[in-house]
Design a protein around this ligand. Sequence first.
Ligand code: HSE
Length: 281
Amino acid sequence: MYVKVRVPATSANLGPGFDVAGLAVTLYNTFTFELIDEGLEILGCPEQFANRDNMTFQAFDEAAKKIGLDYKGVRIVTSGDVPYTRGLGSSSTCIVAGIVGAYAFKDRYEERREILNLATKIEGHPDNVAPAIFGGMTVSVMEDDYQVTTLSLPVKHDYRFVALIPPFTLSTKKARAVLPDTLDRKDAIANVSHLALMVASIINGYDHGLKLGFKDRFHQPYRGKLIKNFFPIMETLEKDERVLGAYLSGAGPTIMALIRADDTKGVVRIKEELGDLIEGW
Ligand code: HSE
């Protein structure tokens, strides 16, 4: 018997919602788990990740211990389209898959709240794992003991998120290291108000609230310096009246631009507007 788990990529932060807001994206990684007589076999990923430090295995093993899944060995086969270290939640796909895989062997894969709490504990924050588990757009509150309350937001309009994925990577660890330990009160107020505006606009389909609502002062001003052309790209997207909002996806370097589904030329137009800024990125 084997278990197959498909997990979506995710885009975290959504501008002002640092470590809080997230969105499931239609790119997927697939993992199969098979209990074997002994040892660990990991197939389908680069050799340097095929060992006991593998994130999927670590999550599987931790979940197995938690729920009393007694196993001698496991074979994990991974495949998929989620780019690695680009701010699209590839590590969350591994963590969520590992936990769901273990829970499935005990027929407990529908225990999403418990799975979310464990995934958050492993990841450290809930904004990628929550939409990976629940789908759609989510807002999550993590308490000190990694207990998470998550709401899935009803999204009124038919929006499209355009992902500008650079060829270079940026590790979350490096991107978190550049953030300041304390925040200016004005910046904190700005982000709280922007997040409220963004969420209300998404739920109610108020396109005009989104451009301001997606603005962030917590992390993008610092992380933007690590990403080639980040600030001119954001300025260019700001000037496009049909771009409803733009933000750094997760820890970056991917940048997301929100357009309406009926803006059928949006992707081509954005590419042309950005031109040299993303050419040979
Ligand atoms: N909220 C996280 C961050 C997402 O921005 O660091 C990436 O793991």
